[in-house]
Design a protein around this ligand. Structure first.
Ligand SMILES: Cc1cc2nc3c(=O)[nH]c(=O)nc-3n(C[C@H](O)[C@H](O)[C@H](O)COP(=O)(O)OP(=O)(O)OC[C@H]3O[C@@H](n4cnc5c(N)ncnc54)[C@H](O)[C@@H]3O)c2cc1C
Length: 439
């Protein structure tokens, strides 16, 4: 028996393009505000996706969306912190989220995104959004400069359909359907890096509650992540300069295996483990977009901006911007029945400020003076708490105290930079092999 054709309303209050964390969040907020919402997702969930380590500041957001109970019931791996090691040296830093400022929850989750994204998408549906999977948005429709709806092709249909909307949310991730409309992408030359990753069936995780921590191994020109899951398996990825991926002679898989073999800390942790997925890669991934908004439309999550994932910031940024977009739209429609670019100005300001706070640390992570400061064996207590707060995702509304001590971290790093310049290639550089990268 053939399926009945999907019924689409000719007009809704809001169309959300993309059903990742950013899109599901925006759709949930809009539906809970009583608006009619159609979400179109190209794939059928569950689907594989990178980005598996969440941050503590994700938890209050899950609570506000009314989905935290479902996430807790799914029994994802709980993580209480992060364990940093530097390849070939005895530099380590163990971060405990309980040590943060600003009321950060003491833990977060490590999630297989196939399961987590499906759960969020179901929640959007249960909140009242009409969710359509296997539905690719081909084009956002405009009248002048105002977005007025989308042209969407449903799976198995030859002819696309049109749905009109008062507002369109672009949550299409790295595809960024609308980025050309707002002036295109701006790449970050300091972060010209690529990631290669796969899942393994097990690894040598730490004993006790720390066994759920993300493990980061920094290397002279990049870093590895090991993200433990509740079923004992692990996500293992390496981030390297994009040129190494582009100039490789063999396959991506060979490059990944060679990089693994040359990082003893990672090979040791994966002794006896079997790879359970294919090797995936994403090239050249850091960018911002010239503008995030216009009349009747807004970009959220990776569609708007993507920052090197060393601090696991992507899902938090996507969900926070999705929530802010949903609230701004609901407020504007209630007040005046339409949504203008100006209604998203506070979102853009807050979002860009948060990105800047993260970026200051991410840039530093590729520079020897910042790494030496980070790995210092006896960190200043308040500075360490401020750094932990940033690593917990506390960048949207940090307290004065937290901002002050985070600034002191950067000041300390500048002092270390001077010391490094005066002593020439010193013990840290010799031990770590790190050299300052040219932008
Ligand atoms: C190597 C690497 C490691 C990472 N590690 C982490 C991490 O540990 N923690 C973390 O928080 N983040 C991490 N991230 C970032 C994280 O993956 C993203 O920031 C996050 O998924 C963004 O969510 P989103 O909803 O904006 O986009 P996505 O999750 O990409 O969702 C976009 C959705 O839109 C759909 N779509 C695309 N085009 C269309 C269309 N035309 N019509 C309909 N649907 C469409 C796609 O199918 C997709 O499902 C990492 C990223 C990389 C590259």
């Amino acid at each position: 028996m053939s399926e009945a054709p999907t019924v689409l309303p000719p007009e809704v209050d809001a169309v959300v393009c993309g059903g990742g964390p950013g899109g599901s969040t925006a759709a949930t907020v809009l539906a809970r505000a009583g608006l009619s919402v159609a979400l179109f997702e190209r794939e059928r969930f569950p689907r594989f996706h990178v980005g598996e380590s969440l941050l503590p500041f994700n938890l209050p957001l899950l609570e506000r969306l009314g989905v935290h109970e479902k996430v807790a019931a799914a029994r994802f791996q709980v993580k209480y912190g992060a364990r940093f090691y530097h390849q070939g040296s005895d530099h380590t830093r163990f971060i405990r989220f309980a040590n943060s400022f600003d009321g950060a929850p003491p833990s977060a989750y490590q999630v297989k995104r196939a399961e987590f994204d499906l759960l969020l998408l179901h929640h959007a549906r249960e909140s009242g959004a009409a969710v359509h999977e296997g539905a690719r948005v081909e084009e956002v429709l405009f009248e002048g400069t105002r977005a007025t709806g989308v042209r969407v092709r449903l799976a198995g249909e030859a002819v696309p359909r049109e749905v009109r909307a008062k507002v369109v949310v672009d949550a299409t991730g790295r595809d960024a359907l609308l980025s050309n409309v707002v002036g295109g992408r701006v790449r970050d030359p300091w972060l010209d890096r690529s990631g290669i990753f796969a899942h393994f069936d097990r690894f040598g995780r730490a004993e006790g509650p720390e066994g759920g921590d993300i493990v980061i191994v920094t290397t002279p020109d990049g870093w590895w992540w090991l993200i433990p899951f509740a079923d004992g398996s692990v996500s293992v990825g390496v981030v390297m300069p994009s040129r190494r991926l582009k100039e490789r002679t063999g396959s991506v898989e060979e490059l990944y295996e060679a990089a693994r073999a040359s990082t003893p800390e990672v090979s040791r942790l994966l002794e006896g483990a079997t790879r359970t997925t294919q090797v995936h890669h994403i090239a050249d991934y850091s960018y911002t977009t010239a503008a995030l908004r216009g009349d009747g439309f807004v970009l959220v999550g990776d569609a708007a901006c993507f920052l090197d994932p060393v601090f696991s910031t992507g899902v938090l940024m996507a969900m926070t911007s999705g929530e802010m977009a949903g609230l701004a739209i609901a407020g504007a429609l209630r007040r005046k029945g339409r949504v203008d670019a100006a209604d998203f100005a506070p979102l853009e300001r807050l979002y860009r400020r948060a990105v800047r706070r993260f970026r200051a640390f991410v840039h530093g992570f590729y520079q020897p003076h910042v790494l030496e400061t980070f790995y210092t064996p006896a960190p200043h207590v308040e500075i360490e708490r401020a750094v932990t707060t940033v690593l917990a995702g506390g960048v949207f509304a940090p307290s004065l105290k937290s901002r002050f001590w985070a600034a002191m971290f950067h000041v300390s790093a500048q002092i270390v930079r001077l010391q490094q310049a005066m002593r020439g290639k010193g013990p840290f550089e010799r031990a770590t092999g790190i050299v300052t990268p040219a932008p």
